[in-house]
Design a protein around this ligand. Structure first.
Ligand code: ZN
Length: 233
């Protein structure tokens, strides 16, 4: 593929002058014979190598960070005391970034893996924090609920190929369900009872807005041509 140097129009291999501006075309070199597919493949390879380089640099930074934290902790008291927290945090961030880069296109693998990573991170934090355990009674159900609701919402949205307003309705429904679930779990943990208060208000408001949005979508469809005329598009 070759472009005219003056007007950037694409020219055939045997043309001596540009069909648009008439300027002479110099003879083709090997580089000019590269097809668009080859160009695309080259661009993909370049993108992949940049991504690999970024992940390697990030991994190196994570390892350096962990070593510095451990060294500082050892030097200050000749024992590991507070280093658990930053080390676990750095390791969790590293695992999340690597999984995001490698698996983000495979939703059904990525979401459970990410949920498992969050659970492991919270479990380790709970282990290193003095006081009563909060992972099993609170953090685990909250993480599992959030992961499941998000996964279901994402997969449904992808399957149904929702419009802009459809996506807003789906997000609002997801938010409402999540709010109710979170309040139930929090109340069970802190008050030993399954009841909801604020999340019922949130859910009610969201449910009331959904029919309004559906009505607005119908109105927009009916009036589309009139609006286009009005805006000159
Ligand atoms: Zn030209």
């Amino acid at each position: 593929m070759k472009l005219c140097e003056h007007c950037k129009v694409e020219v055939e291999e045997d043309s001596r002058s540009c069909p648009l501006c008439g300027n002479p075309i110099p003879p083709w070199t090997e580089e000019d014979r590269v097809t668009p597919e080859q160009l695309q493949r080259k661009a993909r390879e370049a993108e992949r190598s940049i991504r690999r380089w970024l992940l390697e640099a990030f991994s190196l930074m994570a390892v350096t960070g962990i070593l510095v934290v451990l060294a500082a902790d050892m030097a200050s008291g000749m024992s590991i005391s507070w280093a658990h927290y930053p080390v676990v945090f750095i390791a969790f961030t590293w695992v999340s970034v690597i999984m995001g880069a490698l698996l983000s296109r495979r939703t059904w693998v990525y979401l459970p893996a990410q949920t498992a990573a969050v659970c492991l991170f919270l479990y380790l934090l709970d282990r290193f924090t003095p006081g009563p355990a909060w992972f099993l009674p609170l953090a685990l159900p909250v993480t599992l609920l959030t992961g499941t609701v998000l996964a279901l919402a994402l997969v449904t949205a992808r399957k149904l190929k929702l419009s802009a307003i459809g996506s807003v309705i789906a997000s609002m429904t997801t938010g409402g369900v999540l709010a109710v679930g979170l309040e139930l779990l929090i109340n069970r943990h802190f008050h030993r009872s399954w009841h909801i208060s604020w999340s019922a208000v949130v859910f009610g408001c969201l449910v009331l807005v959904v029919p309004l949005l559906l009505y607005f979508r119908r109105w927009l469809r009916v009036r589309r041509n009139e609006i286009r005329k009005l805006l000159h598009i």
